[in-house]
Write a protein that binds this ligand. Structure first.
Ligand SMILES: [Zn+2]
Length: 654
């Protein structure tokens, strides 16, 4: 370890570069060039491993020294100080394939940063001095080893232990981060997690939730407290994958789309037909496909969230997962996962222990997908802590944790598309949505639209379905829609737009809302403020999907049709203001019942909550507003149903 001094390494690299192949490259370099160097080559790997911290700098120095020879008499070091030197490696590995055979060799992989410790400092370079003869020697250290002890080589000093000169010690920041393989690469939805060390210029550029392409070295470090070694990845260079280029249509394609948009309904049909064409679509499925496209494009963020959340409920074999997976394919930043959770952090946020015993927060799916979409299958199977945390994630668009000395809030501007199965295996039309779902009603209200897919035998439908399946095997079958990559580019383009909502359109939205609300009977309030907000988001999204700069009445009317269709799937006819059987979330729920349910959901497994969280959650329920929520609270306090703890939180007395 660390046997090479800086200049020794520089000489060795200079010698290595002195081949026609490299000399040509070096000759062509300008001060702003990028020099790419393969660190996997024989003869280099060892040099690199012994000096990984200073390797890049010395490589650059060696290049400049060679370059200098072409400019006798002129100092070019300053001019070339901006030269970029990057390491490349041959091995692209998946993190779950890492094995001891990769030890000490540079590898490249893609990962997500899911947690990080505080930054610390360590010594990278110091001088040791012999106290007898004052011989001095420069010592270089690596992040995972202490500065080696130096013994004086002067025979008369008899291997005298040299002492470090602290005044000439250079230190550098170092930080421990937790990295996880991307969920889409994970086997069995169980991504592997590694501890990695970052240092130097990388510090301050790594954040929880980022996706990175990393070049690093896989090392095992002797753990003095344990017989087993710790595995650590030393990060050398990284590239942000969040900033990867968004796939967009070309200018001529955009012009072509704008021409086709002269017939908006026909164009929308084309988009819908292009989305998951393998899934047979009757009228209901066409509406669902359109709603999903609108979700992928999203609303416009104002003081309220612009992201749309939707839930598909229904019998198995209704292609719910397939719809989720097809949406995943159309988005660049998204994760398809199961509610069971793909990691210890689950869907929101959790705590994980580092090998050094420190606990750090670990970001879950909602935080990792911020700015994108989370496709969550088996939403009903999520763990209890996620249940309460998802309230916050889906409305405030943050996930936070406050325990074990960790206080962290991460952004989660994530649009959720979820699928859930009924508890009884098959959806029971005699029971309401909440009873069928094993999901708390307040959480259900987080979804803008809910779609129910019930498997009913219908001969005519079954025939068309069978024909559709057969036709996809037919060579003559022609897909009239757009290919998936073109559709993705189109949606990306539409997603960036920010149409405005004119006063008259706003009035139209309110009048449509009022007319639907007036038909809702007081005992089964089905349409509330949340539905109005959902309609605003969907209307914005429709204007975006049609590349409009302003939301118009047609958007409002078409979105109203979708809203009614979603209610119809739940067996509720908004035009009549009644359902064949009452199927809405709020059905049969007295205010006391709602207050109790909300308490349980907000309090979660810890069985305690904060006053503000409860009032916020309760006042969002259609049966409550801010004033009545406050009243409910006061009566619970008065009746001693709840009491305050020492830390300011509240819990039930019984
Ligand atoms: Zn000495």
């Amino acid at each position: 370890m660390s046997t090479h001094t800086n200049s020794g390494l520089q000489d060795a690299l200079k010698e290595y570069l002195y081949t026609p192949r490299y000399l040509d490259v070096i000759d062509s370099l300008t001060p702003t060039s990028i020099f790419r160097f393969n660190a996997s080559e024989t003869g280099i790997v060892d040099l690199f491993n012994d000096n990984s911290l200073i390797f890049l700098q010395e490589l650059k120095n060696a290049i400049i020294r060679i370059k200098q020879q072409s400019f006798p008499g002129i100092d070019i070091a300053f001019e070339f100080s901006k030269l970029t030197v990057e390491l490349t490696v041959d091995e692209n590995v998946l993190l779950h394939d890492l094995s001891p055979k990769y030890e000490n060799s540079p590898i490249q992989f893609v990962c997500e940063v899911i947690g990080m410790d505080e930054r610390k400092s360590h010594i990278i370079e110091t001088y040791v001095v012999c106290p007898k003869c004052f011989t001095e020697e420069k010592m270089v250290a690596d992040f995972y080893k202490k500065v080696p002890k130096g013994y004086c080589g002067n025979p008369s000093c008899k291997r005298q232990l040299m002492e470090p000169d602290m005044s000439r010690t250079k230190t550098e920041y170092i930080q421990t981060v937790l990295i996880q393989e991307p969920l889409e690469q994970a086997v069995n939805n169980s991504p592997v997690i590694f501890t990695a060390k970052i240092y130097g210029s990388h510090i301050g550029k790594v954040f929880v939730g980022q996706k990175k392409r990393v070049t690093g070295i896989f090392k095992s470090i002797v753990n003095t407290k344990d017989d087993e070694n710790d595995i650590v990845i030393q990060l050398i260079s990284m590239e942000d994958l969040d900033l990867c280029d968004t796939l967009l249509p070309s200018d001529s394609e955009i012009e072509d789309y704008k021409r086709q948009l002269s017939d908006p309904k026909k164009f929308i049909s084309k988009l819908v037909d292009s989305f998951a064409p393998e899934i047979y679509a009757d009228d209901l499925y066409k509406d669902i496909k359109l709603s999903i496209l609108l979700q992928l494009v999203g609303g416009v963020k104002t003081r309220k969230r612009g992201d749309i959340n939707q839930l598909l409920v229904g019998d198995p074999s209704m292609a719910k997962s397939e719809l989720l997976k097809a949406s995943r394919r159309l988005t660049q930043k998204s994760i398809f996962t199961s509610g069971r959770g793909a990691s210890a952090a689950g869907l929101t946020i959790g705590i994980v222990e580092l090998p050094n015993g420190r606990k750090v927060a670990q970001a879950g799916v909602m935080a990792l997908c911020s700015g994108g979409h989370a496709m969550i299958d088996e939403f009903d199977k999520m763990n209890p802590s996620d249940r309460s945390a998802m309230h916050e994630a889906m409305e405030q668009q943050t996930v936070s944790i406050a325990k074990a000395g960790i206080n962290l809030t991460l952004p989660a501007q994530t649009s959720v598309m979820a699928a859930a199965n009924p508890i009884y295996g098959k959806y029971d039309l005699e029971r309401n949505l909440a009873e069928n779902l094993n999901l708390p009603p307040p959480l259900l209200t987080r979804f803008d639209f809910i779609w129910l897919l019930v498997d009913v035998v219908n001969t005519q439908d079954d025939t068309s379905k069978a024909q559709h399946i057969l036709s996809s095997y037919d060579m003559a079958y022609e897909n009239v829609g757009m290919p998936e990559d073109k559709l993705m580019a189109y949606l990306n383009y539409a997603r960036q737009l920010k149409p405005t909502l004119s006063k008259s359109t706003h009035m139209k939205l309110i009048s449509v809302y009022n007319s639907m609300r007036s038909k809702s009977t007081s005992e089964s309030i089905t349409v509330g403020v949340r539905q109005l907000e959902a309609m605003v988001r969907f209307s914005m999204a429709r204007a975006k999907l049609l590349l409009k700069s302003e939301v118009d009445e047609e958007d409002v009317m078409e979105v109203t049709k979708l809203l009614k269709s979603s209610y119809r799937s739940l067996r509720i006819d908004l035009d009549k203001g009644e359902g064949t059987t009452q199927h809405m979330i709020t059905e049969n729920s007295s205010k006391d019942y709602v207050a109790k349910q909300t308490w349980d959901n907000v309090a979660g497994i810890e069985k305690k909550l904060k006053y503000r969280d409860y009032i916020n959650a309760l006042s969002e329920h259609p049966k409550f507003d801010a004033v009545s929520a406050e009243k409910m609270w006061n009566s619970m306090v008065k009746e001693c149903q709840i009491k305050q703890n020492g830390d300011g939180s509240w819990e039930k007395t019984v």
